[in-house]
Write a protein that binds this ligand. Structure first.
Ligand code: HEC
Length: 145
């Protein structure tokens, strides 16, 4: 008898946990503050950034007088409220400036993850998708630093 009760209680706890986790996942889809990329993805983006972007946008992603930064206060305040899908399209179609269109969608998603980590948005448990449509609902939050 006790055993059955314990098992039922445990099963109910597991179900409640699953419901809670999917609610969190849904909330995560809403904005960059909610953990929409993974650390592993940002780590894949880092060498790509150094190789293809740093020469113009700077090792620290802060840009210079002529070239915009890709992380931090100025960048995130320019982009806040806009969609990650639009930022994805912008990179995919116009960058790197000397050979636009040369990045694969996966590389662009990895670069975006690296940029989000450099702006101190938290990592989560799921990679950013590599499709603009899937990124469209994710809004860019106000600056963290
Ligand atoms: C040869 C120099 C150069 C390289 C290399 C380069 N960019 Fe750029 N990038 C620019 C310039 C100049 C601008 C500003 C003009 C514009 O928005 O098109 C810019 C703009 C951007 C913007 C828009 C910024 C904003 O606030 O609107 C993003 C995002 C971006 N670059 C990402 C990248 C990424 C990611 C890479 C590496 C794959 C890269 N760029 C490589 C020169 C470069």
């Amino acid at each position: 008898m006790w055993k059955t009760v314990t098992i039922l209680t445990a099963a109910a706890a597991v179900l409640a946990g699953v419901a809670g986790a999917s609610a969190v996942l849904r909330a995560q889809a809403a904005s960059t503050g909610a953990g929409v990329y993974t650390d592993a993805q940002a780590k894949r983006g880092m060498p790509l950034y150094k190789e293809q972007c740093a020469a113009c946008h700077g090792d620290d992603l802060r840009g210079n007088d002529i070239i915009p930064g890709l992380a931090g206060q100025t960048f995130t305040s320019n982009w806040q409220g806009k969609s990650l899908g639009d930022l994805f399209d912008k990179i995919q179609m116009t960058m790197p400036a000397l050979s636009p269109g040369s990045l694969t969608p996966e590389q662009t998603a990895d670069l975006l993850a690296f940029m989000l980590s450099a702006s101190k948005y938290p990592a989560g448990k799921t990679d950013l998708p590599s499709k603009a449509e899937a990124l469209q609902p994710i809004k860019i939050d106000p600056p963290k630093n």
